[in-house]
Each structure stands twice: as C-alpha cells, then as structure tokens.
Design a protein around this ligand. Sequence first.
Ligand code: HEM
Length: 399
Amino acid sequence: MGLHEPVEDWASDFDHTDDAWAADPFPIWNELRQTCPVAHSDRYRGVWLPTRHEDISAIAYDTERFTSRSVVVSEFRPPHEMAPAGVAPPISSDPPFHKGARRVLLPAFSPQAVDRLEPSTRAYCEELVDGLRGHDVVDAAEGYAQHIPVRVIAHMLGLPEADADRFRGFVNHVLEGVALPMEERAAGMLELFEYLKAQIDDHVAHPRDDLISYLLDAELDGEKLDFFHVGRTIALLLIAGIDTTWSAVGASLWHLAGHPADRERLVAEPELLPTAMEELLRAYAPVTMARLVREDMDFAGCPMKADDFVLLPFPAANRDPDAFDRADEVLIDREVNRHAAFGLGIHRCAGSHLARMEMRVALEVWLEAFPTFHLADPAAVRWSGGQVRGPRTLPLRMS
Ligand code: HEM
C-alpha cells in the first residue's frame, strides 16, 4: 500500500489497495451500490467493481464470459497458453478442466478428513493461549490468529513448521504486493516456486503420508498430475488457506472486543457459536476474488473490454440490503444466512470445512481462556487491504 496515487473518486478511479478501503470499505460499497453499482477504474490496466449481490453472483456463475485465468488483480495478465490449468489450479482453471482439478483436491478437505485435524488444531490453539496468559495487552492478530492456519496447512502439506515466517512472507507478497514493480513481483514469485520445488523434490525422493505426496500420486483423466500442476496447487493452498482464515478469526475477535454484549452472550451461550460464526463470516467476509473479461461485451450497461479485470467483492454482496435483512447489522443469532463469504458458483471454497473448523476451534479456545477482552486502542488496529481483508495488528486489553 502507499504505492499508488490516492483515490479521489471511488466510482471512476477506485483502488482496492487504498488505505481507506483497508480501514473501512463498507461505506464505499454502500455509496456505490446506490450511485454507481458497477464502478470502473483505469488502474491495473482496467478494472470493474460490481457492488450488488445480484451482479456479483451473475458474474461468479458466468464462466462463459468471465474467466478465472487470473483471480488476483495486478498490472499483469497471465498468458493464454497457461490455460486450461492456469497459474494455480483449480482456482485459475475454467470449465471443463476445472472440474477434475477440483475433484482431485476434495477428499483432502472432506468433513471426515477435517475432523481428523481437529484435535491437533485444538492442542495448538491451547498452546498459543497459554503463551498469552498473564499479559495485560496482547496482539490477537499477530500473537494468535495468524499462527493457526499456518500450522494447520504446513502439517497437512508436510512442509516444515519452522518455515512458517517464509510462508507468511510469500502470501503477503502474492496478495498485498500487487502494486509492486513487475520485476520485484516476479522475483518474489520465483522465490516461492523455488522453495516449493525443493519441497516437492524431497517428497518425490521420500514419499510420506501428507498432501504433497497425495497430490504427486493423484490422477486426472487416468494420468498423474504433472509437476507444475502439483506445485501450483500447493502454492494455491498456501495462499488460499493462510490469510483468509487468519483474517476471519481476527475479524471475529475484533468484533467481539468492540461489542461486549455479543461477547458476553457467546460466553454464556456457547451453543450459539456456529450461528454466530456464520454471521461473522457474512459481515466481515475477508475474500474478494477477481475474473478477467473474455471478450469485449456489455454487462449491466457497462462496456467491458477483453482482459479487463472484474473484482468480485463477496463482502459487499454480503452487505447488500436487497439480499439480507438489516444487512449492516451483526446479528449473532441470524438464522437464515446464505452468505457469499466462501464464494458463489463452481469455484466456491474447497477448504470451507477446514476454514470453519479452524475458526470454531480458535474462537472456542479463545473464549474459554479469555471471556473478557476489549480493544486496547481502536486507532491502533491495522487492516490488510487488497483482496484479503482482515486485522493484521489487533491489540486487545485482557481484562
Ligand atoms: C475463512 C476462510 C476462507 C475464506 C473466506 C475463503 C474464501 C474463498 C472464496 C471466496 C473462494 C472462491 C474463489 C473464486 O470464486 O474465485 C475460495 C476458493 C478456494 N479456497 Fe477458500 N477460503 C477460506 C479458507 C480456505 C482454506 C483454509 C483453504 C484450504 C487450505 C481454501 C482453499 C480454497 C481453494 C482450493 C479454492 C478454489 C476452489 C475452486 O476453484 O474450485 N480456502 N475460497
């Protein structure tokens, strides 16, 4: 952030990496929804921003006119030759290739597979809260939320947990470094792929019972996945699994710290947690994905050009009053809640069972250990901008 011109007009010159968007994007989306429901910016060589649930959903479902060849907005457009797999299958794959690339992954993220990960996730959360006890102020983003998904995904993939800082560096580079000069961005990507190549080579030489070895052994249409497919899918899982869950857990703790009545009710009625969690996912959905326009066309009266980006702000869809009653309020006992936090259409999150388990366990363990906590300094909370939004600095007073 801070690498671009400041935004003065959100309807015609928006930038999703702007500090104002990171700090509080909701008024921006609410205003646009009423005045200019599909905004446009020339930044990033052309990008559109729909803000109504109806439009976001229509685009997410329309894989004919909108391709997933790139889902992260930057100056760069991946070459067409990377199709059909794309840079990170299955998220970057279009039909028909997408179906098989997704199917290969699903067994590893089934409810049964996720259940097996719950005891180790809980033990790790307990270890983290033990380390935080006795402090007046703790940073819940840095000292708690960020560690959980890193540990879980490293364990699943079979990557050394000691490399956690490196994973976070890679993720930060891919998701928040979109405005960096091209050479710097390419160098960071190369470092990620070199790291993964060494890990995959090691798994080829010494197969084990983990997700990297599983993918190396998996077949698509009767053939083993090629080395690049495996490498890119692993890169996707690192990127898709870390900042997202970190953000969801952090935003939930931020909300509870600032809304004592909700916190007290959840502590008194822990059986409400699954419903509350869905509401927190709706209200603070961390993930905004993107598509590229396939060919010049008109969408909702907008002249879209081939290779324009279109952001899919699922969090804005979740706040649309045409889709949800009292959309801007957090109702932790909201019963009907078909939110779009995990996306819409064929790319809907493949890791949603895992994400929900991590979130539930992280919140259960936290609330049991610390039933009382408040924002220590609301002005010191820092949110990540760009396509995955969540608190990155979250000082809480623990009394
Ligand atoms: C609260 C946490 C999470 C949120 C909010 C979230 C959100 C999303 C969203 C919105 C999409 C749709 C992308 C699109 O339409 O282009 C998606 C896709 C995906 N997510 Fe998640 N995600 C979370 C956690 C995870 C985790 C923990 C994993 C696995 C480690 C994961 C793996 C994936 C994969 C593989 C896809 C691509 C699916 C496909 O293309 O078929 N996600 N996620």
